[in-house]
Design a protein around this ligand. Structure first.
Ligand code: ASP
Length: 456
């Protein structure tokens, strides 16, 4: 059956899974736009809101179910594999500093670009409904740090509180290191579980072309193009800033700090970008980012097992860019001059907000309420950009996870924990659907063994 299923969808011969996912994405876009134009109640309710929503949700759930176990086992292996607590501290310190730096650069860039393009200047507010968004309270730096230590680790696992999970698992890993030889069995079991989880990631990824198709088709079927017209200037400014950060800032950082080729890097991280774009969730994308960073780019598990989930939780360059552009846009719409202090506050708030926020869809907008409240901009202005936020969320999440991968790669390279042979090999870690076909020869051998009289 597995063979038939694989052959059915094979069509393009030795097509890699990434190619198939790209096809799923483009097909989803075309079908989604078409359904949006047709606007049939039957299609909207049963196909888009029913079938597509169901498959898309199953796929995202499939990714999410992997996150916590994958982080637990890979991180335990990472800590025990590093073997040296000082090195762990160095990896932690470097990645934290780089994550904060990239976010601060991202939002500064966003504010500069938005100030030049000045979206929202002369905007006509008549006919704009007041939003129903309530401002979120800003957590203090102290609250953010205190929240890292879980009172109940099982609750942290169950709720997917990544900072708490990371903290707890690192402590367990360190304890295992301290017990030395006594931990051998435990470490071996974790290594096995880590390998097993990576296999499960591959299984879930086999469904990606269909999951991605449904997610994208649903989004575009539900988002009419007319939503974009009134806030076109905002969208254009935001997308320009996101692309500039993605292709220029991050790639220059990669080249300067690690000496690696940005084009090779971009090719290798593409599957994770597509997953992030389709799911709009850095957290759900952790398994794919982790797989790309370790198996395609060549970073060692001991670094990536920490930097990838850590980045997905605290590093949100794309989200910070959205917050910067949105703030300038709304300040223009309401003709409020924020002044230098206002902008510095926005930068500080956005960096802080990105630490305490989980990488899930739409949360960037919730955090924006906090930033706006802090600089005295009307929260209801969010109503203006609400309509386009899903699509913007997809793009900024792809930027978010690229930032995670760039920092992970730089840290791994600086620690001598990046396998250049893997990085240079274009096929390293690439999946093709054929991998999951049952080997016909093996099948024939099994069948023959079951029927001894058939043997020659
Ligand atoms: N969806 C984003 C992420 O998961 C967060 C956000 O900006 O809403 O990275």
């Amino acid at each position: 059956m597995a063979t038939a299923a694989a052959n059915d969808s094979e069509g393009g011969g030795g097509m890699t899974l990434t190619t198939k996912i790209v096809i799923g994405m483009v097909a989803g876009l075309v079908v989604g736009v078409l359904f949006n134009v047709i606007d049939s109640p039957f299609i909207n309710e049963h196909i888009v809101g029913g079938l597509f929503a169901m498959i898309g949700k199953m796929f995202v759930n499939g990714l999410k179910m992997l996150v916590v176990p994958l982080v637990i086992f890979s991180l335990i292996c990472g800590v025990t594999g590093i073997g040296d607590i000082r090195l762990l501290g160095r990896v932690g310190g470097k990645s934290f500093a780089l994550y904060m730096a990239t976010t601060a650069i991202a939002i500064t860039l966003a504010i500069v670009i938005a100030s030049i393009i000045a979206p929202g200047a002369g905007f006509d507010m008549t006919g704009v409904k007041a939003g129903t968004v309530a401002a979120k309270e800003a957590p203090t730096v102290w609250d953010v740090f205190a929240g890292i230590v879980p009172t109940n680790p099982i609750a942290a696992f169950a709720e997917g509180k990544m900072l708490q999970v990371i903290f707890y698992v690192i402590v367990i890993g360190i304890a295992a290191l301290m017990l030395g030889d006594r931990s051998k069995g435990f470490v071996e079991a974790c290594e096995y579980m880590n390998e097993l989880m990576m296999k499960v990631v591959e299984i879930v990824m086999m469904f990606a072309p269909y999951g991605v198709f449904c997610l994208i088709a649903k989004t575009f079927a539900q988002q009419g193009i007319e939503l974009f017209i009134p806030v076109l200037a905002y969208v254009v400014t935001l997308v320009s800033a996101l692309f500039l950060h993605l292709f220029v800032t991050l790639m220059i950082m990669l080249k300067v700090l690690s000496g690696l080729n940005p084009i090779t890097f971009m090719k290798k991280i593409r599957p994770a970008q597509i997953f992030a774009f389709s799911t709009a969730s850095s957290n759900a994308t952790i398994p794919v980012t982790f797989r790309c960073v370790t198996q395609r780019i060549g970073a060692d598990n001991s670094v990536a097992s920490f930097t990838v989930p850590f980045g997905a939780t605290i590093n949100m360059d794309g989200t910070a860019i959205m917050q910067g552009v949105a703030t300038v846009f709304l300040a223009n719409v309401y003709s409020i001059d924020l002044g230098l202090m206002g902008y510095l506050t926005v930068i500080g708030m956005a960096v802080l907000a990105s630490i305490g926020t989980a990488g899930v869809p739409g949360v960037g907008l919730v955090m924006l309420t906090m930033v706006l409240a802090q600089v005295g901009l009307p929260i209801e202005g969010i109503a203006l950009i609400l309509g386009v936020d899903r699509l913007m969320d997809m793009i900024r999440t792809a930027v978010n996870i690229t930032g995670d991968a760039v920092v992970s790669t730089i840290v791994a390279k600086s620690e001598g924990k990046l396998d250049m042979a893997v990085f240079e090999d274009p096929d390293a870690g690439a999946l093709s659907e054929g991998e999951f076909e049952i080997d016909e020869e093996a099948e024939a051998r099994l069948a023959a063994a079951a029927r001894p009289h058939d043997r020659a």
